[in-house]
Design a protein around this ligand. Sequence first.
Ligand code: URA
Length: 428
Amino acid sequence: FDAIEIIRTKRDRQQLSPEQIDWVVDAYTRGVVADEQMAALNMAILLNGMERTEIARWTQAMIASGERLDFSGLRSPDGVTRPTADKHSTGGVGDKITLPLAPLVAVYGVAVPQLSGRGLGHTGGTLDKLEAIPGWQANLTNQQMMDQLSEIGAVICAAGSGLAPADKKLYALRDVTGTVEAIPLIASSIMSKKIAEGTGTLVLDVKCGSGAFMKNEQDARELARTMVDLGRDAGVNTTALLTDMSTPLGLTAGNAIEVEESVEVLAGGGPADVVELTVALAREMLAGAGVTDQDPAEALKDGRAMDVWRKMISAQSGDPDAALPQARESQVVTARSSGILSRLDAMSVGLAAWRLGAGRARKEDPVQAGAGVRMHAKPGDTVQQGQPLMTLLTDTPEAFDRALAALEGGYDISAEGSDEARAALERP
Ligand code: URA
């Protein structure tokens, strides 16, 4: 095979053959196909798309580039078989749902192998959030992960480098060549990792709105359907929910402050939207794993989910009782007029949190545990002139001006509420 011929095929809107796909993904992973050739092919895919069969083959080729985990024999210490269920969110602002969700689902005997990533750009990363907890370790061996799943039922850890190495290389290339936003490439990237991870059930939380990859509903639906097809074709019991990301989830966007809010949810409190989405995704995961006679809202109220959380954090050397790091500096943003907060834009808040130090611009950058944006009002709330709307938190006060610039135009206070409120939860 020849990389140039393969690029020309997609450039000219032809389908790639299964053999061409297997060869190019493998040759790129081995360094035989050059970055500039793969970048050109990615751009041709972004512009001209891929058929379902091509996407499935591309995904399989990425899975074949690395190891596959197998949880099929997983049992609890007393010998009971544990089905597995995982959740993947396409990423958003204030999306801390994995933190309360994994222990909540584990309460019902379903094991949750949540292999997670770090944040890049304006969306946060689950590992960055958990690393705000003193002592907590993200890196586990496969054996440690298996043992923790068997004993506690929930693990949130770093995806090892063995899963879909082709995707690691491809994603880094897409990130710097304007080719992240291609549905076939996003779907195959996410699903190759999830299928290789070996979960029995997968629930996809596909975000839609300003703070998401997919800004409009049509694209979000297409991404959701593409991923569900890929999962089901590979034998993973896959479902998806389409959820709103036009405004941040909950009242915090950052790292330590998102852990704090997750613990509130695990203690039976917390913001209604975070609780609602956590419970809805838990229902889907439990149903996929065959548990249909339980109401997961109860385990948030009665402390059972909190018990699993504490065990899960301790097992990874974290101290669930330790005080969380706090930012050294804060600045309050107040309402300029009285009325109803009719819009609070997810992208603006995400950018502000990022600039305050909660996120990173390059993969190797550190994040500040205490940085972020604490919100004091949600869309629909009545606010009075001068009332605090948000508190900006950082260790580096020179970041305040850039965060304020990101929030400029990011919210509206009107005489009437907005009528664009959309259903938060939908099936694609
Ligand atoms: N997340 C991924 O893992 N891959 C993508 O391509 C986009 C989001």
